[in-house]
Design a protein around this ligand. Sequence first.
Ligand SMILES: Nc1nc2c(c(=O)[nH]1)N[C@H]1C(S)=C(S)[C@@H](COP(=O)(O)OP(=O)(O)OC[C@H]3O[C@@H](n4cnc5c(N)ncnc54)[C@H](O)[C@@H]3O)O[C@H]1N2
Ligand code: MOO
Length: 393
Amino acid sequence: MIDVKSALNLVLRHASLGSKTQEVALKAALDFVLAKDVISEIDMPPFRQSAMDGYALHMGESNSYKVIGEVKAGDAANPVLKAGEAVRIFTGAPVPDTANTVVMQEKVRVNGDKIVLVDPLNVNQNIRPNGEQIRSGAIALTKGTAINSARIGFLASLGITTITVYKKPTLSIIVTGNELITPGIKLSFGEIYESNGVMLSAVLSELGYKDTRLIKVEDDYNQTKEVLQKAINNSDVVLVTGGISVGDYDFVGKALNAIGVEEIFYKVNQKPGKPLFFGKKGEVSLFALPGNPAAALSCFYIYVYPLLKKSEGAYKTQLTRIAMPLSVDYSVRGNRAQFLKAQVEGSHVHILGGQSSAMLSAFGDANALVYIPEEVTEIKKGEGVETILLPAK
Ligand SMILES: Nc1nc2c(c(=O)[nH]1)N[C@H]1C(S)=C(S)[C@@H](COP(=O)(O)OP(=O)(O)OC[C@H]3O[C@@H](n4cnc5c(N)ncnc54)[C@H](O)[C@@H]3O)O[C@H]1N2
Ligand code: MOO
C-alpha cells in the first residue's frame, strides 16, 4: 500500500504526453489545450479607442472648446483639431490623431457649439492606447493553456479563427459486476442499478471528453480478460470500476496481470478508494477504480483528472487546492488519508454528512473535497485544511 502523494506522483510520471495534434475552429475549441503558442497578428486595440461617450479634445489654454464634428464607433474619420477644438465622440470610436484627451459628457456643460469643462483635465484621459492589451507579433496564449470561454473571446478579438490543439485521449469505461442492471428495468432481489458508467461518462463529457465508450462485463474471468484487451487496443485511457478488491469474484486484478498490464501501484492508504489500481500497457494508461460509486468519483478527480490533463499537454494538471478554515471540529477514525465531500460556503469549508463510499447524494451537493493527510486525526474549528475545488457546474 502506498500513500496519496506517492500515488499521485506515479500517475503524473507515467502519463504519456500527447503528441498528436489537430487544428480546430476557435468556436469548437472549448476545453482543448493549445499545442502551439498563438501569436497576435494585430495590435489590440488596433487604434486609439475612446473609452467613454463624450468629447475628444485638443487641449488648449481655456476650459471652453469649440465642437467641430463627430466620430462614432466604426467611423474611419480622422478630423484635424486645432488647440481649443473638440469633436463629439462615442465609446469604441477612433480618437483623432490630433486629440490628446477625452472627457466624459457628464463632465461638460454644453452651450450651442461650445462645451465648457466642469473639472480640470489630464492628457490621455479615457483613451485606450493602441496595442494596450497586446501588440502585433506578441504571444497571446502559450502552448499548454486550456481554452476556456474567456480565452475563446480573447482569441476571437484578435481575429483568430483556428488554433492547434492536442488531440483528446480516447477513453473506454468498463463497469464490472453481475449485480448491475441498467436503469429502466425492474430490479430483482440482489440486483442494483448501474450508476458508475453513466456518472463517469457524464464527468468526462463535462470536462470536454466526448468520445467515450461504455462497456459492461459480468464477474467472469475470461470475459473480463477479453473486454479489457479490446478496450486497451482501442483506447488511450481505460477506466474500470469494481472487481478490484480481494473477493473471490473480483477478477479485474488477475485479468490485468494475465494480459500483461504493468502494475504501477495497487492500493492507496486513503478513504475512499483504498483498492485503487493504476497500470500501463505500452502507452495506454489504465485505472481500476473501486466499485463503490463515491470512491470511483473521488479517485477520478484526484488521479484520473491529472493524468488526462497531463497527457493532453496542459500546464495546469490538477484541480485548484486552497487552504480554508474548517467550519466545525472534525475527528478522523482510522489511519487512512481522507478525501471528504465538502461545501465551500463564504470563508469556511463545511464537511458534509453521508461520507460513505457507497453513497453519492453528498457528492452531488459538494463543490470541494477536503484532504486530510493520514497523520492527522483531529482538526479544530477554524483550522486551515487543504480544500480541492471541484469543477463548477
Ligand atoms: N476483505 C476486504 N473487503 C473489502 C476491502 C478490503 O480491504 N478487504 N476493501 C473495501 C473497500 S474500501 C472497497 S472501496 C471495496 C471495493 O471493491 P471493488 O472495487 O472490488 O468493487 P465491487 O466489490 O465490485 O463493488 C463495490 C460496491 O460497489 C457497487 N458497484 C460496483 N460497480 C458499480 C456500478 N457500476 N454502479 C453502481 N454500483 C456499483 C457494488 O455493487 C458494491 O456494492 O471493497 C471493499 N471490500
Ligand atoms: O476505499 Mo473504500 O472506498 O473506503 O469503501
